[in-house]
Design a protein around this ligand. Structure first.
Ligand code: SAH
Length: 232
């Protein structure tokens, strides 16, 4: 069974977007994963096809209605659908490579994209939506966040990345940031490729890369080291 993504959005034209190209696009064509973009507005019930309303308690902006969104979710993900239901949200748990791996190993995902000030809290509770954030900043809508999440998941699906090995050595996979990369030419604007990398000594190369990983992680992301006590 291939990974099945259903995205609920007010802008279905944004999909597959960037995911229609390159690795993800080829995998989509090959049927390694599938994507349906569902227009939330199709589930509005009034003449004006209203999906949002003013916030209870007052204040700026608009809030997505619980009833319209619930109908869209029930259509995309009827009772018994094994896929997790995600809501892209800056209040969510920050997305990690570990969660990405779990999702890639599962049957797919139902992804709700918010707009305006967000969605009515009651639909989050009533439909068991897992709030997922892609970082501590505010997007204008959940669509770019959904594209980010799906990109990260799809590249892990079997057969998508030509060279499967490169997946295991990347940043975060071992709790460290990755070492720097170099390629030809040997000299660029007076800068040389570090000598050890052209030495042919694989043990030394591995040790250099590990040391660089640790140095960069200590410098830039001490929080990662703290979270992985086994990495010194
Ligand atoms: N008023 C909200 C922000 C709403 S932004 C607040 O202050 O928390 C509108 C929509 O964009 C959200 O409903 C969510 O779906 C999406 N979004 C914005 N930033 C995001 C982020 N960092 N991660 C995931 N989704 C985000």
């Amino acid at each position: 069974m291939s990974f099945s993504a259903s995205v609920l959005t007010l802008y279905p034209e944004m999909f597959p977007g960037a995911l229609g190209l390159s690795l993800a696009g080829r995998a989509l064509e090959a049927g390694t994963w599938s994507l349906e973009a569902i227009q939330i507005r199709d589930f509005a019930t009034d003449r004006h096809r209203t999906v949002d309303d003013t916030p209870a308690g007052g204040g700026a902006g608009m809030v997505m209605r619980a009833d319209v969104l619930a109908s869209a979710i029930d259509h995309a993900s009827p009772a018994g659908d094994p896929r997790p239901r995600l809501l892209m949200s800056p209040r969510g748990k920050p997305l990690t490579q570990a969660r990405v791996r779990e999702l890639a190993a599962g049957p797919g995902a139902v992804i709700v994209c918010g707009r305006f000030e967000g969605v009515d809290q009651r639909v989050i509770e009533a439909r068991g939506l897992e709030e997922v954030s892609v970082g501590d900043f505010i997007l204008s809508g959940g669509e770019p966040a959904a594209l980010v999440l799906l990109d990260a998941v799809v590249r892990l699906l079997p057969g998508v990345m030509g060279n499967a090995v490169s997946g295991d050595e990347e940043s975060f996979e071992n709790g460290l940031l990755e070492h720097p990369h170099y390629t030809r030419p040997q000299e660029f604007e007076g800068r040389q490729i570090p000598e050890v990398l052209t030495s042919g000594n694989h043990k030394k190369i591995a040790a250099w890369r590990r040391a660089e990983s640790e140095r960069l992680t200590k410098e830039r992301r001490p929080d990662l080291l703290a979270a992985h006590p086994l990495v010194k």
